[in-house]
Design a protein around this ligand. Structure first.
Ligand code: BG6
Length: 461
């Protein structure tokens, strides 16, 4: 039972969760620069202006902006073959609608690529990981406007031309489906107006397809991936009504994937919008654009599964649809390794494309032991059990999974809560929830465990 020799082992981060330096290097403001720190069980809040008295975790974050060399060296020590990071749009186009990019921003990411090349690590670039220049939000109403599609394409074109020959794998949007329940993250707009949400989603899908087409004209080597937040929903018992409900939730999960991978909204999706009384404006050219700009790879983040049982939601705690057979993380996320194997099988059956797991990991409170070591055996157990299922999916089910990037390569600010104490990293960063700490990096026990997994290509999983 062996994994393919060229399996892409690695780790992931996202710009707004690690970079800091929010007003350095000519960067403009991002939507996430307004995100305040939340707490376990409380929804994350977003300020309307930036005041000194308030703490905004992304402003300094773990200061990857100044520590990237040291951090990438650690990733190389673990043996990463692939490193997923995102490019903050407002570093390249501070307002978003300029004609010319900000050179200093481009040089920062170029330096990251140089560092990765030094160690032979392949980059996987997320073009938009939950961020948009604040100016585009305030001036054009964010993704509600077609103008933003054009701005996004200029951003993409700048990256494609500059990084051609150095970057092969691109993800146009992180967790593109998350817009439907956490719209602020990729749009900077807090709303529960479904027409607005699905219109913005349509514009992102059009932008993604146009980016893929443009990218292919620029370089035949580029490969593009959809990135879905994915997990199965199980019927909570075998009553046919629950099975039907589970099937429906699952169909809804494919809304975005169908467009990005197959090139069109499915009949189910069209009917779904009708039932929600949502009408979206689709321009004449869109149908062709969507069908021509399909992706090569299906990538996903996987953290948990759900059931059709009545969901209880407490702020950012994911307590929805409890499953009595599963344990939960400290943040209420149900731990379901087999669910990952199910997800991989389902996505492959539907799309028949190579798959990449670009996020999977455990958010937990870590403590430094008396011996100065972070003994995060719980994270090792989590990752080992999930990776075992990945291996089974590849070896027994013949699902072509080509890579795995653990979330996260290094501790970062939690997206949903803004906490530092919800740690995912294999490298610890000395920083607390209030922004105090030396920023010192320390490999955790899981760092050494993952290094061995990579060295042996998962032989002992
Ligand atoms: C995914 C996001 O939703 O999950 C990441 O792409 C995020 O940005 C990760 O950090 C874990 O979620 P959280 O809210 O615990 O940080």
């Amino acid at each position: 039972m062996s994994l393919p020799g060229n399996f892409l082992w690695g780790g992931a981060i996202s710009a707004t969760q690690v970079e800091g330096a929010y007003n350095q290097g000519g960067k403009g403001l991002s939507n996430l620069d307004y995100a305040l720190r939340g707490k376990k069980g409380e929804k994350r809040q977003f300020a309307t202006e930036i005041k000194d008295a308030q703490y905004f975790p992304s402003h300094e974050a773990i200061d990857f902006y100044h520590h990237y060399q040291e951090d990438i060296k650690l990733f190389a020590e673990m043996g990463f073959k692939l490193f997923r990071f995102s490019i903050q749009w407002s570093r390249i186009f501070p307002n978003g609608d300029e004609k010319e990019p900000n050179e200093e921003g481009l040089v920062f990411y170029e330096n990251i690529l140089t560092e990765l090349e030094k160690y032979g690590i392949e980059p996987l670039v997320t073009i938009s990981h939950f961020d948009i220049p604040d100016y585009l939000v305030k001036t054009y109403g964010s993704w509600k406007s077609r103008k933003v599609v054009d701005c996004y394409l200029r951003f993409c074109e700048t990256l494609f031309r500059r990084f051609k020959g150095r970057v092969k794998y691109w993800i146009p949007f992180n967790e593109i489906n998350v817009i439907t329940y956490m719209p602020y993250f990729s749009t900077g707009i807090q709303t529960d107006n479904l027409s607005d949400i699905f219109q913005m989603a349509h514009h992102q899908l059009v932008a993604s397809a146009k980016a893929v087409k443009l990218g292919r004209d620029i370089s035949a080597d580029f490969e593009f991936a959809t990135m879905l937040m994915y997990g199965p929903t199980y019927p909570h018992n075998c009553h046919p009504d629950n099975v039907l409900q589970a099937m429906k939730y699952d169909e809804e999960m494919y809304y975005f994937g169908d467009v990005q991978v197959r090139g069109a909204y499915s009949p189910y999706s069209k009917q779904f919008l009708k039932q929600l009384n949502v009408e979206i404006e689709i321009e004449e050219e869109d149908t062709n654009v969507l069908s021509e700009g399909t992706v090569d790879i299906v990538s996903l983040s996987y953290y948990m599964s759900w059931t059709t049982a009545e969901a209880e939601s407490e702020g950012n705690m994911s307590t929805g649809g409890e499953n009595p057979y599963l344990e939960k993380s400290e943040w209420g996320w149900q731990v379901d390794p087999v669910g990952l194997r199910i997800s991989l099988n389902r996505l492959f059956s539907r799309y028949e494309k190579p798959l990449m797991i670009v996020e999977n990991g455990l958010g937990a409170i870590d403590e430094i032991g008396k011996d100065g070591i972070i003994q995060d055996d719980y994270r090792i157990d989590y990752l080992a059990s999930h990776l075992k299922q990945v291996k089974l999916a590849i070896v027994e089910d013949a699902v072509p999974v080509i890579g795995f990037t653990v979330w996260s390569a290094i501790d970062s600010i939690s997206a949903s809560t803004g906490e530092m104490s919800k740690r995912y990293g294999l490298v610890y960063v000395d920083l607390d929830d209030e922004g105090n700490g030396s920023l010192k990096r320390m490999p955790k026990k899981s760092f050494y465990w993952y290094k061995e997994i990579i060295e042996t290509n998962g032989e002992n999983l």
